[in-house]
Unconditional design. Structure first.
Ligand SMILES: Nc1ncnc2c1ncn2[C@@H]1O[C@H](COP(=O)(O)OP(=O)(O)OP(=O)(O)O)[C@@H](O)[C@H]1O
Ligand SMILES: [Mg+2]
Length: 239
């Protein structure tokens, strides 16, 4: 359970998050909203890249804002970015191991954990293949493996399937759906792909101009008229 109260972020004259108050209770949560709505900013505040002007975040009882960002990673907060973070000249294994080392104390169990994360996301290649040799789908899976390695408690996914064709997006959705049961972490999935969000997320929150328009069961949220008009410019949501 993540409890967010009155979260506000300003960049100069721009208010990117404006008094966001929301409770995320389900293990699979969606985060939707038009371009510039504040989704990535929301993740940046949770992960510690941005300091809010006001507000509080409690995740499973922990005051996240009281922890510096490296401590949040050790606490179990993971994220992916809209742009790829994996290093092309390193292997799949080393890219995932890097996150493990950054977030785990000691070294025991590293190789098993890393290989388990790579297998979990469904990468079939030799883990020692260089990321630079992978196709777009496999590279996205490496990003996902980096987000689930070790013992994450909350995994923030920022448009993890952007640019992938439908079939690969569907496969990625199946992996994401398995994160709560197989990895033991809660997921917040920010995406523009309504099929992905409705197929994966039990509850969804909607941001527009930095404010929560609504949140609740995904099917209800996607039917909400305020969401249809804010997010889709009046077109009905089909899934
Ligand atoms: N570091 C920053 N400095 C100034 N303005 C910023 C910064 N980060 C975000 N913003 C502004 O905050 C608002 C929200 O941006 P954000 O990237 O969070 O939107 P988003 O919902 O992730 O959009 P998209 O769907 O395009 O990824 C935008 O107006 C953006 O220009
Ligand atoms: Mg974004």
């Amino acid at each position: 359970m993540i409890e967010i109260d009155d979260l506000t972020v300003r960049f100069g004259g721009v208010t990117s998050l404006d008094g966001v108050t929301v409770r995320l209770e389900r293990p699979l949560c969606g985060l939707i909203g038009p371009n510039g709505a504040g989704k990535t900013t929301f993740f940046n505040v949770l992960s510690g890249f941005v300091t809010p002007a006001a507000g509080s975040i409690r995740a499973f009882g922990t005051d996240l804002l009281a922890l510096p960002h490296f401590r949040r990673a050790r606490w179990g907060l993971r994220r992916t970015f809209q742009t790829e973070q994996a290093i092309e000249s390193l292997s799949i294994f080393d890219n995932v191991a890097m996150v493990w080392e950054h977030t785990t104390s000691g070294r025991a169990g590293r190789d098993e954990d890393v290989l388990r994360a790579i297998a979990f996301v469904g990468i079939r290649r030799d883990p020692h293949a260089k990321v630079g040799a992978l196709d777009a789908h496999e590279r996205r899976l490496v990003e996902l493996a980096r987000a689930v390695v070790g013992k994450p408690r909350v995994v923030l996914l920022d448009e993890p399937a952007a640019g992938l064709p439908d079939e690969e997006t569907e496969q990625m959705g199946q992996v994401i759906r398995a994160i709560p049961t197989d990895i033991g972490a809660m997921v917040i999935l920010a995406d523009h792909d309504m099929n992905l969000v409705s197929g994966v997320c039990e509850e969804t929150m909607v941001l527009d101009f930095g404010q929560v328009i609504t949140s609740g069961p995904t099917a209800d949220v996607l039917r909400d008229e305020r969401v249809v008009s804010a997010y889709l410019g009046g077109e009905a949501v089909t899934s």
